[in-house]
Design a protein around this ligand. Sequence first.
Ligand code: GAR
Length: 200
Amino acid sequence: MLYNTPMKNIVILISGRGSNMEAIVAAAKSQQWPARIAAVISNRADAEGLVFALQHDIPVAVVASKQYASREQFDAALQVQIDHFSPDLIVLAGFMRILTSAFVQHYSGRMINIHPSLLPNFTGLHTHRQALQAGVSEHGATVHLVTPELDHGPVLGQIRVPVLPLDTEETLAERVLVQEHLLYPQIIRQIVHGELSLSQ
Ligand code: GAR
């Protein structure tokens, strides 16, 4: 029951467009999750998604990665900003940074990511291009727990889409993204309701 479930603080990290963040914010509201989007934090001041967050009265913060001399310094500054919002769950939604082990370990068991491929296939960048070049008939997206090795944490959920004969990187990305917007909120809904555990 709703009143037995403590309110969870979710902090969402973005680097750009923020369409997954929008889908999560919309689902949290329409499905009345026992959770609040405590903040949206970006490593880029020009991330388009910040505008949406501000328009929806969600606190925003920018920790500009280019202003830090090292990955360790950036991650330490980011950690301070995130912890300011007492997060129960950190959601990487198009957050295009490689994270240090110390940072990942600090959020062990409470940080998740969406990656646009059927992991373990096609880690890293340009996943749609990688899928087309490999000639696979199926592609998709994966939500996983974040662990120190990039794109390798335990899988929490996946969606699959067919690769069509005339697909380009753009058409394939679009088809996957529509499904990402369903998958990511669905997984987070299960987590905030205690239906999906993140302990390994
Ligand atoms: C999404 O397709 C997400 O899966 C991908 O970036 C896009 C962000 O779009 N993430 C990664 O590639 C992480 N390695 P959005 O900013 O509109 O949510």
